[in-house]
Design a protein around this ligand. Structure first.
Ligand code: IMP
Length: 432
């Protein structure tokens, strides 16, 4: 039996929420291992819509254990607000069902502010990243810089003031340099003590919990956020998030060995979208992009920003298959392409007069690549709500088969609407 890692194989927003929910019904434990409340997962269960950012998707299903691993950056205010919002929808969540790694670094208000200060300053020079302004990058910097406040520090009042001092020495120097007022020690102490009581009941030795679950043969689902091209190593740097979003991070970010991962499922949209700045070779800044955006409801779950849209880029997904070790993909939103006369697929790039079949690493080269397209015939029937291959127009099946060939990975699941039952199962990742 395989434990499963779900990752996005493009720039995020591939429709992970529905697939993770579908898989979480088959899992015993659901784990978040990177990112924070910059993620936005929409789940539709029994006609009810849940929008999750920080909480693992397992929380909406009774009887599942949800875990937040130390690879996540944890905003206590966002956590409390999201708990309240989900509880108001009738979901019961307590420390028996949700555990947070005690060594998880916190996102504080000063991280959120710094994210905003930098983005505002960069807007003037045309170098902004287009972050979600949630403080994700600054919090990861402090983790790497060994000055983060971690959740369990809240339970150690003797040493907490010294840790806050160390953090503020760094942040106040930065704030002065950027022309913003310093933050007082008392302000951060008050912020931390105001949330401690709500959070500490949830902390645990998550590595141990997972080890016990694994030994007991329970099924673990690792829920990735964002997408491979937003990975800090493998993405379109510097237009990326500050965590590793690839499958390998599931092990480090939750505290299991790589051998615990059995199957990697790459969630893949039938076309391409991205939010924020950065290169996007197959972008259609025209009526095609507008059509895809409107038909696909391409607005960010977290920030409400309009997503940029374009044709399917097989070069990028083929690369994602390699860097994640993707065993199979879940193809989503095929129905958005219904009714198009022709559909383009990017199969390579032209770079400075040469044809290449990969995304180059340099920022300059990424901005210069020009897509090479194959033009496929579209289909006139609908794929929406199909529950078997026989329900799909022949041309749609051809499109899917061609994508499989181009990216070098099979379709394990085909999602044909936001409803969880509108899914065609080819391979059950947990049974592989
Ligand atoms: P940050 O993660 O807020 O630092 O933002 C860095 C980049 O990642 C920006 O381009 C964001 O739009 C993008 N990003 C962060 N989270 C998500 C997500 O969940 N879906 C899509 N894009 C995201």
């Amino acid at each position: 039996m395989a434990n499963v890692v779900v990752v996005g194989s493009q720039w995020g927003d591939e429709g992970k929420g529905k697939i993770v929910d579908w898989l979480s019904e088959r899992a015993d434990v659901v784990v978040r291992f990177q990112g924070g409340h910059n993620a936005g997962h929409t789940l539709v269960v029994d006609g009810k819509t849940y929008k999750l950012s920080l909480l693992p998707s397992g929380v909406v299903r009774p009887g599942k254990l949800s875990i937040i691993g130390s690879g996540v950056v944890f905003d206590p205010h966002a956590f409390v607000a999201e708990l309240e919002r989900i509880r108001a929808l009738g979901v019961e969540i307590g420390p028996d069902r949700l555990k947070i790694a005690e060594n998880t670094p916190l996102i504080l208000s000063l991280h959120r502010e710094l994210d905003g200060f930098r983005e505002d300053a960069a807007s003037n020079s045309g170098t902004k990243i287009g972050t979600t302004r949630r403080g994700i990058g600054p919090a990861y910097e402090d983790k790497g810089g060994r000055r983060a406040i971690r959740i369990m520090d809240l339970a150690e009042p003797d040493t907490l003031p010294m840790k806050v001092d160390r953090l503020l020495t760094h942040h106040n120097a930065l704030r002065r340099g950027l022309g913003h007022p310093e933050v007082a020690h008392e302000t951060i102490m008050a912020e931390l003590t105001s949330v401690a009581g709500e959070i500490l009941p949830y902390i645990d030795r998550v590595w141990k919990v997972l080890d016990d679950k694994r030994r007991a043969g329970e099924r673990i689902l690792f829920e990735g956020a964002q997408g491979t091209l937003l990975d800090v190593d493998h993405g379109t740097y510097p237009f990326v998030t500050s965590s590793n979003t690839v499958a390998g991070q599931a092990a480090a970010g939750s505290g299991v060995g790589p051998g615990a991962i059995g199957y990697v499922l790459g969630i893949t949209k039938a076309y391409t979208t991205r939010v924020g700045e950065g290169p996007f070779p197959s972008e259609q800044d025209n009526e095609v992009g507008q059509f895809l955006g409107e038909r696909g409801h391409e607005f960010g779950t977290v920030t409400g920003r309009k997503r940029r849209c374009g044709w399917f880029d097989a070069v990028l997904v083929r690369q994602a298959v390699a860097v994640n070790g993707i065993d199979g993909i879940a193809l989503t939103k095929l129905d958005v392409l219904d009714g198009l006369d022709e559909i383009k697929v990017c199969t390579g790039y032209r770079l400075d007069g040469e044809v290449i079949d990969y995304l180059p690493a340099s920022q300059g080269a990424q901005a210069r690549v020009e897509p090479i397209y194959e033009v496929l015939e579209g289909w006139q029937g609908t794929t929406k709500g199909a529950r078997s291959w026989n329900d799909l127009p022949a041309q749609a099946v051809k499109y899917v088969r061609h994508i499989e060939e181009l990216i070098g990975a099979p379709v394990a699941l085909l999602s044909t609407s936001p409803e969880r039952d509108d899914t065609i199962l080819v391979t059950d990742p947990f049974q592989d």
